[in-house]
Design a protein around this ligand. Structure first.
Ligand code: ING
Length: 310
């Protein structure tokens, strides 16, 4: 028996600051149509897919950054994606800046099923970077300034015949992200990321090293929780700021089974058999049989490391 989800990992090439939502959505819709023509069941779009990666810009007045956020989802600009999903029975996951009616800002990803309905919403928990302008950096990374930490934890949803979860970008670097979903039986984690090719403080950290960290994190999360992982990049040069791509689909053994070749809009597809998660979930990672939670207390009672006395 196999439960196949054919996934389209829809990498976005650069979105320039001057681009408008309509032209960006038109690009996403093209990728969705291509996915449909390749019989995909769902398309995964990247983090903050509707705009440039605006947290690289400092604004003294946070309210000025509200232009980068969506106050409703769907909304007129994104409705074409929801209509196409409904009319063509294809699901999708979309990352965007969420401004709630009560004025809270989140880095959000939604899960939309084949009827075009939003069945799940995730808000990025791990916000990297800093909240104040740090002039010594070669570029800013102000997610802590513009977003609140997510308030929904790491939920999973039953859809498309399996158990799916979401996370966003920096979340992939924290094993807790995947483990909390693994403890809910997740079979596929879909995530988007916008990752700069350089380190704003460590100029000798190469893009290759940063790609290695990205893949390592996703491959480990996949294998250690016996789940598929679909990591979708925003890639290329955004107004002089380069983001590495490396969109990839990773199987429950941690192998990269498909990857992007370009730094442009590019669809990467793979027929993911959710039943390929079963063997590891019932053996090596049979959590109930092997985990010893009486020894894991520090993980939820300590934020920072506490080394022994000198
Ligand atoms: N971007 C980066 C990411 O976690 C980063 C930030 C890069 C943090 C490299 C640490 C090391 O992939 C976002 N948007 O989180």
């Amino acid at each position: 028996m196999s439960r196949i989800i054919k996934v389209g990992a829809a990498q976005s090439g650069p979105v320039q600051k001057a681009e408008d939502r309509d032209s960006t959505v038109a690009r996403l819709l093209e990728l969705m149509k291509q996915a449909r023509s390749e019989n995909c069941d769902m398309v995964v779009f990247t983090e903050l897919a509707l705009t440039t990666f605006f947290p690289r810009y400092y604004s003294e007045d946070r309210a000025e950054m509200d232009v980068w956020f969506e106050t409703a989802m769907p909304n007129p600009a994104t409705q074409p994606l929801f209509d196409y999903a409904h009319d063509n029975a294809i699901g999708f996951s979309l990352g965007y800046g969420e401004l709630t009616p009560d004025g809270r800002h989140f880095n959000t990803q939604v899960l939309v099923d084949k009827t075009g309905e939003i069945i799940g919403k995730y808000r990025k928990v791990h916000l990297p970077g800093h909240a104040e302008l740090e002039p010594e950096r070669s570029f800013q990374h102000l997610e802590k300034r513009y977003f609140l930490p997510g308030d929904k934890g790491f939920p999973v949803w039953r859809t498309m015949g399996g158990v799916l979860g979401m996370c966003i970008c920096n979340d992939r670097r924290w094993p807790e992200t995947f483990r909390v979903m693994g403890l809910q039986g997740v079979e596929m984690v879909v995530l988007g990321y916008n990752t700069p090719s350089g380190n704003s403080l460590k100029s000798d950290e190469t893009a290759d090293t940063r790609k290695h960290h990205s893949r390592l994190s996703m491959q480990a999360g996949a294998y250690q929780n016996a789940t598929w992982v679909v990591g979708v990049a925003k890639a290329g040069d955004e107004d002089g700021h380069h983001l590495f791509g490396d969109t990839c689909i990773i199987d429950p053994n941690g192998y990269v089974v498909a990857r992007a070749e370009t730094e442009e809009d590019e669809l990467v597809t793979y027929a993911c058999d959710l039943d390929a998660t079963k063997f590891l979930k019932e053996s090596t990672f049979n959590f109930a049989a092997h985990r010893r939670i009486e020894h894991y207390g520090r993980i939820t009672t300590q934020a920072g490391a506490e080394p022994p006395e000198e």
